[in-house]
Structure formats: structure tokens, C-alpha cells
Design a protein around this ligand. Structure first.
Ligand SMILES: [Zn+2]
Length: 71
């Protein structure tokens, strides 16, 4: 049953396929602390559900931001 919904694209999917930004705990960079703050600014909390596609989109976006030279 598809009873979970992605917060970004609003697609429905199965509960077991939910992704959250908590998975970013496992990447080295950006740090998880930074990631949480980064997503907070976009109104995304650690408990929001996303599909795999949107999560990989956010993963790339946040990496891009992390690698931006700081002025
Ligand atoms: Zn999505």
C-alpha cells in the first residue's frame, strides 16, 4: 500500500521506501550538523518524508552548497 507521501514532489509511495535527511548522518561531508541547519532553512526537518529521487536531488544540492567557496 502506498500510504507515504513525499514532501517535495507529493508522490505517494510505500512506507518502507521513505527517505529522510537522517540518512545524511552517514556521509562524511557535509557534516550532519551542517546538513540539518541547511535543510532547516528550507523548512525541512529530520522527520519529513521524501522519495528516493528527491532525496538524491537534495543530496546533490546540499553538496553543491557545501562546496561553494565562502566569501
Ligand atoms: Zn519526491
Amino acid at each position: 500500500m502506498k500510504n507515504a507521501q513525499c514532501k517535495k514532489c507529493l508522490n505517494k509511495f510505500r512506507q518502507k521506501d521513505i527517505y529522510t535527511i537522517q540518512q545524511f548522518q552517514y556521509r562524511k561531508e557535509p557534516t550532519y550538523e551542517w546538513s540539518v541547519k541547511y535543510f532547516e532553512k528550507s523548512g525541512i526537518s529530520e522527520w519529513d518524508s521524501f522519495c528516493e529521487n528527491c532525496m538524491s536531488f537534495y543530496s546533490k544540492e546540499s553538496e553543491k552548497e557545501w562546496n561553494e567557496p565562502k566569501i
